[in-house]
Design a protein around this ligand. Structure first.
Ligand code: ATP
Ligand code: MG
Length: 219
């Protein structure tokens, strides 16, 4: 069953006097539990496409359905709720709050508070192999460890979907592959639907589906 559906997606930006199609008539279909890799060179439109799918931005034209909901038609408030409940985001620069510990960074985004919060924070940090680093500030963690905190943070609200935009971009290749393996593991063991944007060709071997984009189009 199609879980994420994209049809005739267009995103235009004005750059001075001209209009560019950052995403140009893209279609894709992803089933629940699939791993999609989006590959393309700098400026090809990867981040724009991921931001549209994640509801962080609105398309110029076209359709995006997430789990049967047409997110291009819903209000900003509903979109915020859908994003919070269904999607975990991971970015290249980790986006951790520097004054909070690893555990506090994860805890800060909990959507619905329960008595089990502390135990759940521990669980997700354990999932990414960081239970021993829970009380460290980001500045005391390596890049790979910081990205694992960001993955734990993305997992805390138990999203069905994980969207990662070049999560290995700031990491050496070995650390980068360990991050991809965590995402692969979340896909295989925890049935997360994963969309990964990357420059790196080798991620293809972890993906069920790979698309390459150039000038906003699937090649
Ligand atoms: N807010 C914006 N306003 C105007 N143009 C934009 C904006 N965001 C992106 N663009 C343009 O859209 C195109 C696609 O950008 P995008 O960031 O999606 O590429 P990318 O594939 O993620 O590149 P990279 O690998 O460098 O991250 C580029 O030509 C870029 O200059
Ligand atoms: Mg990008």
């Amino acid at each position: 069953m199609t879980f994420i559906k994209v049809k005739n997606l267009l995103k235009q930006y004005r750059q001075g006097t001209k209009t560019i199609n950052a995403v140009d008539d893209i279609d894709l279909n992803l089933n629940k539990g699939e791993f999609l890799a989006i590959i393309g060179s700098s400026g090809s439109g990867k981040s724009t496409l991921l931001q549209l799918i994640g509801g962080l931005d609105r398309p110029t034209k076209g359709i995006i359905e997430i789990d049967g909901a047409e997110i291009t038609k819903i209000s900003d408030a509903k979109l915020t709720t859908l994003r919070r409940d269904k999607i975990g985001f991971i970015f290249q620069n980790f986006n951790l709050i520097p004054t909070l510990t690893a555990a506090q960074n994860v805890e800060a985004v909990i959507a619905k508070r329960t008595k089990r919060d502390r135990a759940r924070v521990k669980e997700v940090l354990k999932k990414v192999g960081l239970e021993e680093r829970a009380n460290h500030l980001p500045s005391l963690l390596s890049g790979g460890e910081q990205q694992r905190v960001a993955i734990a943070r993305a997992l805390i609200n138990e999203p069905a979907i994980i969207l990662a935009d070049e999560p290995t971009g700031n990491l050496d290749s070995k650390t980068g592959e360990s991050i991809i393996r965590i995402l692969h593991d979340l896909n295989k063991q925890n049935k997360k639907t994963v969309i990964l944007v990357t420059h790196s060709d080798y991620v293809k071997k972890y993906a069920d589906q790979t698309i390459e984009i150039k000038d906003g189009k699937i090649t």
